[in-house]
Design a protein around this ligand. Sequence first.
Ligand code: FES
Length: 152
Amino acid sequence: EQMSLSIEINGQQYNLKVEPRLTLLDLLRERLKLTGTKKGCDQGQCGACTVHVDGVRTNSCLSLAVMNDGAKVTTIEGLANGHELHPMQEAFIKHDGFQCGYCTPGQIMSAVACIHEGHANSETEIREFMSGNICRCGAYANIVNAIREVKA
Ligand code: FES
């Protein structure tokens, strides 16, 4: 049986009927075609699916869509301001914070949250906060540099 879901995503309001077991990640990717948010492990272990829910970093693969009734969600598609990239996106480009790019949307959403949630005061703090975002290419040092620049 379908359930009602009222949710704001990147400033747009949606009133939907969804299966109770649909994850927020599948809602974004499959239903709304917001494919910037990636599915890596689908088990809360890689961070590729990271979005902001009411401003807080969230693994969207672990969150049922219906649990987000009334919430405001931001995905990587909602981060830029029109044609102007978010400062964190600029910093990732400048510092080569990615290679293959698959983990990058999640990395950037976590990186923005790292600063907003107050965990960017030292390299150790940044690495700890970012430890749930796995990068198989090993761009970690460059990601930390990008965050430190935006924080500064
Ligand atoms: Fe959600 Fe890996 S896809 S943490």
